[in-house]
Ligand binder design. Sequence first.
Ligand SMILES: *Cc1c(COP(=O)(O)O)cnc(C)c1O
Length: 389
Amino acid sequence: MRCVSAPLRWHDLPTGDPQGLRERIEAGPNSIWRYAPLLPVPADVASKPNLNPGLTPLVKAHRLAGELGVTGGLYVKDDSGNPTHSFKDRVVAIAVEAARAFGFTTLSCSSTGNLAGAVGAAARAGFRSCVFIPHDLEAGKVVMAAVYGGELVAVEGTYDDVNRFCSELIGDSLGEGWGFVNVNLRPYYGEGSKTLAYEICEQLGWEIPDQIVIPIASGSQLTKIDKGLKELIKLGLVEDKPCKIFGAQAEGCSPVSRAFKDGHDVVRPVKPNTIAKSLAIGNPADGPYVLDIARRTGGAVEDVTDEQVVDAIKLLARTEGIFAETAGGVTVGVTKKLIETGQLDPARTTVVLNTGDGLKTLDAVAPTTGPTATIKPSLDAFRAAGLAG
Ligand SMILES: *Cc1c(COP(=O)(O)O)cnc(C)c1O
């Protein structure tokens, strides 16, 4: 299997005319391709039939803000509406363009679930797909990874075992045509996460928020959102201003949060045990960079228990009508905890990411959610249930 080097650009970053660039972006497609001039993709990418993730809603969360005591403006960037219902469609879309340009024929990945679904769906752009997941994922993630018709390999082990196994495969027995979106295509994959920063700022009227709460699995998304903000400033698309970046983990897989609290620069790997399976990476590749960004921006890395994750999923659903997957429960739960512990300023503009759809992690809330009453189809039974008032 071949390696590819750092991101190629097919064109130079447009400099010198921020107003012109803003207008060009605003007139572009309603997807990440409106930012094509800022991405390592061919200039004509937006005109091809393609995967069209992005430009997901930035929801002004009045009711959630009320419950959490946020007065400075609270927004949920809701990525559950992407084509395969997680933010992973963004990163895959860029990796696929690179795979095409490099002549790869098989798309692959090691995945905690959502990536496998996004890669499976992306293969319709003309690739074979063969993806690898841990054997104990949620049913919704497994079905979604399989339904697009590609090959799905469930490996007996954790994500970290799957990842290590894939590295061995890559070093040994694979043909030239294999492109692992999060291994040899990782430089491109990562660039897809920048579009979250671009969209958040554009949707706030080309302004950087004061605080962003981001989930951490490998930490790639968090580091690339930081990179995206810096690029917008450099290009003059937004005014320079400080933005505190907060990372969110589940307690059962919180190696980065642990290192942050202990004041360490390196992350000690853990064996994950949490319902937030999409974030269950015990040895996160970008952990040290996340620590650096959280400290440099004045943010923090925090974690919440599985019980708090479930409570937060329900809180977001009840207040905003957004049904988040466990990763969204992690960010909302951590936001609550950051406010309670005085680490996040409720008087400042805050954006919380929901990176996936609750329908994929029904198992997490099913045990504590169900019918208020189960009755016979009779008026008496309904009255007896005490719900008629
Ligand atoms: C993959 C994933 C993330 C973040 O992943 P990183 O590896 O940190 O970039 C966040 N939320 C969901 C739902 C995911 O699937």
